[in-house]
Design a protein around this ligand. Structure first.
Ligand code: FAD
Ligand code: UDP
Length: 376
């Protein structure tokens, strides 16, 4: 078998690159995927009860990059959806990211007013401030109290569960993903474009890969077939340390166990996701019907139980944003550079970067434009 491009991994990174190469260059691609399905961690399917669920955890698409949104819109109509999250704090369900509404829900009105005033005076209105920054900069007694309260009740327990680390032990960008929002906007994201593919992610991927220049090999680890395939260039979207046979040691990842629960109730919870920073061993529950807008009897929700990653036993979902691991991942990036463009690496696992879906798509589109389209 002779092909132009061998691509490992059928997630967003590998599939977008396959689509670009096949449609823009008219070259032949073989996409090799170890799982029985396409779509990587975005894979969704209808469960026994007929509910559309996300097998590897809830996925909400959001981006400020119009070109990413427009590119994917060629392959799916979008369902508009604004994600909402409530956190269980002190026996109450309050908006997350923590905002002025959370403040009023938790504290007596006069005190909430006082704290809100202090926040607005210090940082401004409609401003997002990461918790670690508020903790550092809080000068007044009120703000210090509030910073410590939010740190303890929202971030400390959740982050310990999710990463087995304290917020300050991780790169500050991790907790900055969910900053304190000095506003009354209860949406989890404020991006310009937000939604889900109207007929699901797997369907979007089917459409992406529906090209006569793309062939697929599912249920196959690339190591099983690479010797038998004649290809010109290789793109790898799996874990970069695996590609180099762990020559500098294992890169650490965080994994998750998922528990799906079906209920005969019409609705299990009031919004898409409830976070439990301080209770239970799971971090959050997400009810799929909120995300997908599906109207059926019964409902399915998912609990997420963070786990250490055990090589070969569970799935490396999250690279761990921490300086020492970044340094280790750079050693692998240096090895990648030595291959001088014959092998390209991209994606959440190959770049060892905590990408959202839109960032993975942007990375693939940019790699295609800058390194594939322009190379001989
Ligand atoms: P992946 O989707 O991981 O694809 C890599 C593929 O390579 C996998 O299918 C894997 O099986 C395959 N592979 C690996 N090794 C081999 C091998 N040896 N041989 C063959 N195949 C191999 N992003 C958002 O924007 N919004 C969200 O709401 C969101 N929620 C998330 C929730 C969870 C629980 C997780 C874990 C992630 C979430 N993300 C979300 C991030 C999103 O999943 C990623 O950005 C995206 O999946 C990255 O795509 P990728 O192609 O780089 O990686
Ligand atoms: N986080 C937290 N409490 C929350 C929500 C988030 O401590 O209620 C922290 C936690 O460290 C988490 C990070 O912020 O891992 C990023 O949250 P996000 O919801 O973006 O995580 P993801 O959806 O990627 O798992």
């Amino acid at each position: 078998m002779k092909i132009d491009w061998l691509i490992i991994g059928a997630g967003f990174t590998g599939s977008v690159l396959a689509e670009r190469i096949a449609s823009q260059l008219g070259q032949k691609v073989l996409l090799v995927e170890q799982r029985h399905h396409i779509a990587g961690n975005c894979y969704d399917y209808y469960n026994e009860q007929g509910i559309l669920v996300h097998q590897y955890g809830p996925h909400i698409f959001h981006t400020n990059a119009q070109y990413v949104w427009d590119y994917l819109a060629q392959f799916t109509p979008w369902r508009s959806y604004y994600h909402q999250v409530l956190g269980s704090l002190d026996g109450k369900l309050v908006p997350i990211p923590f905002n002025l509404n959370s403040l009023y829900a938790l504290f007596p009105p006069r005190y909430a007013e006082q704290l809100a005033q202090k926040l607005i005076e210090t940082y401004g209105f409609n401003v997002k401030v990461p918790i670690l920054k508020i903790r550092e900069s809080a000068k007044s007694q009120d703000l210090e109290f509030l910073a410590n309260y939010i740190y303890e009740k929202v971030f400390h327990g959740y982050t310990l569960k999710q990463w087995d680390l304290k917020p300050e032990e991780l790169n500050a960008s991790v907790t900055a993903r969910v900053p304190i929002y000095i506003s009354r906007d209860d949406r989890y994201f404020q991006d310009k474009f937000q939604g889900l593919p109207q007929y699901g992610y797997t369907n979007l991927f089917r459409s992406l890969l529906n090209n006569h220049n793309i062939k697929m090999l599912l249920n196959t680890r690339y190591q099983e077939v690479i010797e038998e395939i004649q290809y010109n260039k290789l793109i790898f979207t799996g874990p970069i340390d695996e590609f180099f046979e762990h020559m500098y040691g294992n890169l650490p990842y965080r994994s998750l166990d998922f528990k799906f629960i079906h209920t005969e109730q019409e609705q299990h919870q009031p919004v898409g996701t409830i976070n439990y920073p301080n209770e239970y061993t799971y971090t959050r529950t997400t009810e799929f019907k909120h995300l997908t807008g599906q109207r059926t009897y019964g409902s399915t929700y998912i609990e997420e139980y963070p786990q250490p990653y055990r090589h070969g036993e569970n799935i490396p979902y999250y690279p761990i944003p921490k300086e020492e691991y970044r340094a280790l991942s750079q050693k692998y990036q240096k090895e990648a550079e030595k291959l001088q463009g014959r092998v390209l690496f991209a994606g959440r696992l190959a770049d060892y970067q905590y990408y959202n879906m839109d960032q993975a798509v942007a990375r693939a589109l940019n790699l295609f434009e800058k390194e594939i389209l322009s190379s001989p």
